[in-house]
Design a protein around this ligand. Structure first.
Ligand code: PLP
Length: 383
């Protein structure tokens, strides 16, 4: 499969060749922990033991690397396991990490409550403000951690500009590309060193599997990650890897529909008197709209809104829709609604990363847009 093929074609075929022994169009799920050796050290296809590699996981890793345009793909048991492995591969005691002040709460928690006990220093900064980022990096900064669009305020950060700042300081730049998915954004193309994904979200796409991915351009960094992936072992199992590959086949179609549904819903909500503010990069007055239009190939399916009625209205609204189901997570075919203060962002409550208490987050699914809009309007009518 060559690079000249369309994204949709690659999503369906890369790493997914039919099984040569039976002709099975879909490669089998290699539900095995170990592999017979033809004499000691005689590995077939390099497979020895499933913590180091398993063909079903290899299929997903090849596919992730291709879709992000990087040389090396890695698949993990969760998004946070992927992040943990990458950070451990790069950081040592005394090092410093600079992270956006609007990242996934679990990412902040991982570093703030785990890595700092091992002598890593963390500073959070407004990533849209390049001067603030320049001021935050120090000679000890090894990692600049960027999430764009961010969670839950949909802030858009300039990847190319941040790469320049990070590299000048001797840091690697990591982009959490979970919200955009590789269909809408490829951070490596802007010079980022690594892309991190919670494949639990858009890549899996059906809210039926947990997983994480890394894609890395540089061979040396990839070798360190490969070693830790093997040495620590937070890998995805064959069934999870297979479900994720299966989900990715329809990523392009899904992202188109997520984006068009979210755009229509954002435009409806903006005009509603119960809504104080809508955060969606596809709205012309969103602070990151122009940058998103340059950096992304669409605006995605995530949006947040602040309710004019304050925290009580936000809580009531989050509990009164029916198609939009109240649940953590995002990126599945079905629409979800969440109250970040007490759900996804409960771990940063009371810190500088706290989110507005009248904020509700929507993961707009791919159901019929009229049904989704009616569901939201009914919920708002109850306030
Ligand atoms: C969910 C999420 C993660 C963590 O991934 P898990 O698969 O839940 O471990 C990281 N970053 C973002 C942006 C997420 O939405």
């Amino acid at each position: 499969m060559s690079d000249s093929h369309d994204f949709s074609t690659r999503a369906i075929h890369v790493g997914q060749e039919f099984d040569p022994s039976t002709g099975s169009v879909i490669p089998p799920i290699y539900q095995t922990s170990t592999f017979v050796q033809d004499g000691i050290g005689g590995f077939r296809g390099g497979y020895e033991y499933a913590r180091s590699a398993n063909p079903t996981r290899s299929s997903l890793e090849t596919l992730l690397a291709d879709l992000e345009g990087g040389a090396h793909g890695f698949s993990f048991a969760s998004g946070l396991a992927a992040e943990d492995t990458l950070l451990r591969a790069v950081l040592k005691p005394g090092d410093h990490i600079v992270m956006g002040n609007d990242v996934y709460g679990g990412t902040h928690r991982l570093i703030d409550r785990t890595f700092t006990s091992w002598g890593i220093e963390l500073d959070t900064v407004e990533m849209m403000n390049l001067d603030a980022v320049r001021a935050a990096v120090t000679p000890k900064t090894r990692v600049l951690w960027v999430e764009t669009p961010s969670n839950p305020l949909m802030k858009i950060s300039d990847i190319a500009a941040l790469v320049e700042i990070g590299h000048a300081a001797g840091a690697i730049v990591v982009v959490d590309n979970t919200f955009a998915s590789p269909y809408l954004q490829n951070p490596l193309a802007f010079g980022a060193d690594a892309v991190s994904h919670s494949t639990t979200k858009y890549l899996g796409g059906h809210s039926d599997v947990l997983g994480g991915g890394l894609v890395i351009a540089d061979d040396e960094l990839a070798e360190k990650v490969r070693f830790l992936q093997f040495a620590v072992g937070a890998v995805s199992g064959p069934m999870d890897a297979w479900l994720t590959v299966r989900g990715i086949k329809t990523l392009a179609l899904r992202m188109e529909k997520h984006s068009s549904n979210a755009q229509a819903i954002a435009e409806t909500l903006v005009a509603h008197p119960a809504v104080e503010r809508v955060y969606y990069p596809g709205l012309a007055d969103h602070p990151g709209h122009d940058l998103a239009a340059r950096q992304m190939r669409g605006f995605g399916g995530m949006l947040s809104l602040q309710l004019a009625g304050g925290p009580a209205a936000a809580r009531t609204f989050a509990e009164s829709t029916s198609l939009f189901q109240l649940a953590e997570s995002l990126g599945g075919v079905e629409s979800l609604i969440g109250y970040p203060t007490e759900m996804t962002h409960a771990s940063v409550r009371g810190t500088a990363l706290a989110v507005p208490e009248n904020l509700v987050r929507l993961s707009v699914g791919i159901e019929g847009v009229d049904d989704l809009t009616a569901d939201l309007l009914e919920g708002l009518a109850r306030l």
